[in-house]
Design a protein around this ligand. Sequence first.
Ligand code: CA2
Length: 153
Amino acid sequence: MSDEPTPVVLLLHGPNLNLLGEREPEIYGSATLADHVATATEAAAAHGLALEHLQSNAESDLVDAIHRARGRCVAIIVNPGALTHYAWSLHDALGAYDGVVIELHLSNPNGREPWRHTSVVAPVATGTIAGLGGHGYALAVEAVARLLSTGRT
Ligand code: CA2
């Protein structure tokens, strides 16, 4: 057994994503937020990673969580919800974070309304996964594991 602590990945969800499974299944699918967190937790464990999760409808909670992750979490997987498109505070907080950042969306914002085509998070993300529904969670964790194993952030 290794004495090394299990690396921690922080999964963040922004506004309204607590409603997943209740409305708009044609866009976001029928799985609940808890289902997606379970998928990500299982995928993380399979890669020897621990997963912490926070969903908040308040921008400041997400900024605070990103600050607390500094020096503590190896990666952040974030679906900022509509904050994706205008929350420069998230851009700045993620820019000051030194681990892997994966931006994750259930839908493909680039195929939707023009206001969704801008992401203020993308410039400070290591990479983005979008449009693959719930499968994106396992892919995001796999991307983190690969990036960590190759030493890329
Ligand atoms: O596709 C995604 O994951 C989004 O981040 C979801 C956001 C949207 O503003 C982004 O453009 C793309 C919306 C989250 C709202 O989620 C709801 C879930 C169920 C019912 C109503 C809203």
